[in-house]
Design a protein around this ligand. Structure first.
Ligand SMILES: [Zn+2]
Length: 209
């Protein structure tokens, strides 16, 4: 003889009618009614009329929407631009020399990682700027800067010519296999052209966007 479960509560369900069979009628906290297996109630397999599952599914969908919802934000557009710039052939200026094959840190191919590390721009006037133009978009080498700040950063870079190609000093040093300080010394003494040819070029560098 089965014990009458009437009035017993299992999570969101309260047994309202127990006819002694395999199934009992339950009222759910949400107001729903459901016929469930007595054994599933006892084991904790059935805990609601189904509303619990629906709520969990809605929560998961909300989390996904939160992620996808960022596609309309400026930060997402900036990230998309960075991915585009670094994946177009020839856009990685140091890739030409085989120094490094990538300009975008692999983790940053996933927007969430980029957002986690870089955060949102402080204002609409700020765009993404690489601190060291010889390095790529990678943790520790990007910051938010205004156009004026970026121009200042570029002017502080010195450019030289190597085999007809214009590049900044650090990059040139790597290409010819000398240290940056040696390259800097050669340039200061006016010996760069003598050693490597070409004419030092002090003009402003390219714009990142
Ligand atoms: Zn329910």
């Amino acid at each position: 003889m089965k014990q009458d479960m009437s009035g017993e509560i299992f999570h969101r369900l309260t047994v309202v009618a127990d006819g002694g069979g395999a199934r009992v009628l339950c009222a759910c906290q949400c107001g729903g009614r459901v016929d469930v297996l007595r054994s599933n109630l006892r084991r904790g397999n059935t805990r609601s009329c189904g509303c619990l599952h629906r709520e969990r599914a809605a929560e998961r969908a909300a989390v996904r929407n939160l992620r996808h919802g960022m596609t309309n934000t400026r930060i997402w557009g900036i990230w998309d631009g960075v991915v585009d710039r670094t994946s177009r052939p020839g856009t990685c200026h140091y890739a030409d020399y085989g120094a490094r094959g990538i300009c975008l840190h692999p983790e940053w191919l996933i927007f969430e990682n980029f957002y986690r590390d870089v955060g949102a721009p402080p204002s609409d006037l700020h765009s993404i700027d690489r601190i060291d133009n010889n390095r790529g978009y990678e943790p520790g080498n990007v910051r938010w800067a205004t156009a004026a700040e970026q121009a200042r950063n570029r002017r502080s870079n010195r450019f030289v010519m190597i085999a007809g190609k214009r590049m900044c000093l650090a990059e040139a040093a790597r290409v010819v296999g000398i240290s940056k300080s040696t390259a800097s010394r050669l340039l200061q003494r006016g010996e760069w052209a003598e050693v490597f040819g070409g004419v030092p070029d002090e003009s402003v560098g390219e714009i990142d966007g």
